[in-house]
Design a protein around this ligand. Structure first.
Ligand SMILES: Cc1cc2nc3c(=O)[nH]c(=O)nc-3n(C[C@H](O)[C@H](O)[C@H](O)COP(=O)(O)OP(=O)(O)OC[C@H]3O[C@@H](n4cnc5c(N)ncnc54)[C@H](O)[C@@H]3O)c2cc1C
Length: 261
């Protein structure tokens, strides 16, 4: 089975700043990391490959800096990596990224399953996997916490809901975004890291993918009109007491007073 995982390289979240004067998000320098939710996608793809055979590929729309994120995935045992990069893509919104990824997947040709993280930890929109499915006109299941079965051209998955989960059957190929409950990602071995350094990364640009620039980059339909920091959190309260029991009692009473219990 051929599985493609969508990878976004994200900056280290704690280092992101908001400059309200210039209405800009200031990203830290440095290579960034693989979006943590995508690591669960890679792990699930590797586990499915170990069970059913086949190939795992990763693809990212990014810049030359994104190579390091792709190499991290290769170090884990991913077979192939694709970097989709072009100056024309700068300023693309989520729907445009979905269109670009769909064009790359069409060029890759054969895939049974497309995995993604549930959301990127920097933009947090959770739109890209759905946009990819819509552009490829294939089924999708978002926020999946378990693959129950994958056989006979179908996958049965558990999709997380607010109250628990739904069991959904999908015809393959399909797009599935995953939550962190799905598995525990492995760490790369030294051998894997060494092998990843030598692996070829396929690079495609807008021309390779036949992408019309009128629908991507700064021609995206979304325009950012304002950027602002979230309001500061209200100060917490320390509950003091002579013994743990006294502190617990005070906490219990406070929760009662505030109708939380
Ligand atoms: C007007 C506008 C301009 C923007 N300009 C830029 C810009 O110049 N440079 C820039 O870096 N960002 C830019 N962004 C942000 C960028 O479009 C989004 O970060 C990107 O579309 C992904 O959306 P998200 O982070 O909300 O991903 P989500 O939809 O939350 O991501 C969910 C999952 O989709 C997959 N995924 C998401 N993004 C990618 C990707 N790029 N490649 C492969 N898989 C992916 C991953 O599996 C991820 O876990 C811009 C956004 C807007 C609205």
């Amino acid at each position: 089975m051929n599985i493609v995982v969508l990878i976004k390289q994200v900056p280290e979240i704690a280092l992101i700043k908001v400059d309200e004067a210039s209405n800009q998000v200031v990203l830290p320098q440095g290579p960034g990391v693989v979006n943590p939710f995508d690591e669960y996608g890679v792990e699930e793809a590797l586990r499915l490959k170990e069970k059913h055979g086949g190939k795992v590929s990763v693809v990212s729309v990014g810049t030359e800096r994104t190579e390091s994120a792709l190499r991290n995935c290769l170090a884990l045992g991913v077979d192939e990596a694709y970097l989709v990069t072009d100056e024309q893509f700068k300023g693309s919104d989520q729907q445009a990224i979905g269109r670009i990824l769909a064009a790359a997947l069409k060029k890759m040709g054969e895939y049974d399953l497309i995995l993604a993280g549930k959301q990127a930890v920097d933009s947090d929109s959770a739109q890209v996997p759905g946009a990819v499915a819509a552009n490829l006109d294939i089924p999708q299941a978002m926020f999946v916490r378990k693959f129950e079965t994958v056989e006979g051209g179908k996958a049965v998955v558990q999709r997380t809901t607010e109250d628990g989960y739904d069991v959904v059957e999908l015809s393959l190929p399909a797009v599935v975004s995953v939550v962190k409950e799905i598995n525990e990602p492995r760490l790369p071995s030294l051998k894997g890291k060494m092998a990843a350094k030598k692996k070829e990364i396929t690079r495609w640009n807008a021309t390779d993918l036949g992408i019309d620039s009128s629908a991507v980059g700064t021609n995206s339909k979304t325009k950012i009109t304002k950027v602002a920091s979230p309001p500061p959190r209200p100060k917490g309260e320390f509950i003091e007491g002579e013994t743990p029991e006294e502190i617990a009692d005070k906490l219990f009473n406070k929760l009662r007073e505030n109708k939380i219990l």
